[in-house]
Design a protein around this ligand. Sequence first.
Ligand SMILES: Cc1cc2nc3c(=O)[nH]c(=O)nc-3n(C[C@H](O)[C@H](O)[C@H](O)COP(=O)(O)OP(=O)(O)OC[C@H]3O[C@@H](n4cnc5c(N)ncnc54)[C@H](O)[C@@H]3O)c2cc1C
Length: 364
Amino acid sequence: MADRIKTDVLVVGAGPAGSTVARYAAEKGAEVLMIERRPEVGVPVRCGELMPSVEEIKGMFPNLGDEGDLFEMPSHLRLREVDGIRLVDPRGKSVMLDFTGYTTDRDRFDQHLAAEAQAAGAGLMRDCMFRGIEGGVADTSCGEIEYKVIVGADGPGSRVARALGLPGNRNPYPAVTAQAKGDFDPQVVMFFGDIAPGAYSWIIPKVGQANVGVGFSPNFADGTPTQYFREFADKHGFDIISSVHGKHVPSEGAIGRTVAGNGMVVGDAAGHVISVNGGGVPLALIAGRICGEVAGDHVTGSRPLADYEREWRHVLYKPLKIAAGNKKLADTFAFGSERRTALCMALLGKRRMGNLIRCKHLFP
Ligand SMILES: Cc1cc2nc3c(=O)[nH]c(=O)nc-3n(C[C@H](O)[C@H](O)[C@H](O)COP(=O)(O)OP(=O)(O)OC[C@H]3O[C@@H](n4cnc5c(N)ncnc54)[C@H](O)[C@@H]3O)c2cc1C
């Protein structure tokens, strides 16, 4: 067919995972094409926009090794340094945890990563939707695309995972977010209780505004994302200055398999998200780099794609499993009633709540 596009590595999705895969595969010398269904990369923002510091990331993932420039962001994308997380129980009692990181504008952050991938030689087609795989060829809204390797970086409800016969994310949580105008302290605040059943609501400070949002577990909730957001915003009297956007967050850790035939999945598509707090961007970068390097080596040499599964597991699997185990404990003992939540938070205390946030065992 004359107008069929051909590439070595087809990356579906230009979020943090996809752009990182595309960058590292292109740096290995592969011909890379990234397709993104949205007309503008990163828009609209559906994220709390909090990035942990490199020290925090290395503490959570001690097998990471040399991070190189993976987490380096230009200063204009580091909007506000954060120096703590305040956890507020349903009775309003709070505990402050040490935590370092920064907040960003996720739309510009994602655009920066996509530009880096393009600078490395990857192509980007926006407004291009992956629909499925037919006869080993990708069917997309911008035509058929032939590839040697396909990578699904298409988020929590990954169509690529489905097309490859890989498992999907089970029990993803809805989470919604918007921008609120005002001056906020340089700490993240997380609120627990009926305001966000089975998860938490948050204030993440930026400059002259904050990212505010709510995540909740459908197992403990009976309202819609909009209702929970409205209730949270009204309670705190937020001056909301943007539209409210949301999506699902994988809540049970990594999926069972991430490689099938000549395909791989990465980032949210692979469940690379910390169950207890919903953080996924650093993991998308970590797994994205491994995936891109393996894809690049595969098409320019003969490296097996199975290396990707082995390597990301070496770095991410154990912390993700611990976080998923801690989340199950919270579901069983802490959620379901505000009294239980407050009691569990008091019993755990500051040190163990710190372990919870950082993917460590609660009772080491
Ligand atoms: C409300 C909310 C708040 C969050 N807050 C934080 C936070 O503060 N810090 C943090 O680290 N993590 C946070 N997360 C999680 C974080 O946003 C994700 O883990 C991260 O975006 C994963 O990156 P990704 O590239 O795997 O997926 P995504 O960022 O979801 O990117 C997937 C891309 O694929 C595209 N796509 C999807 N389907 C197709 C298709 N069929 N064809 C073509 N393109 C397609 C999408 O348009 C999208 O651009 C939050 C999540 C939510 C929902």
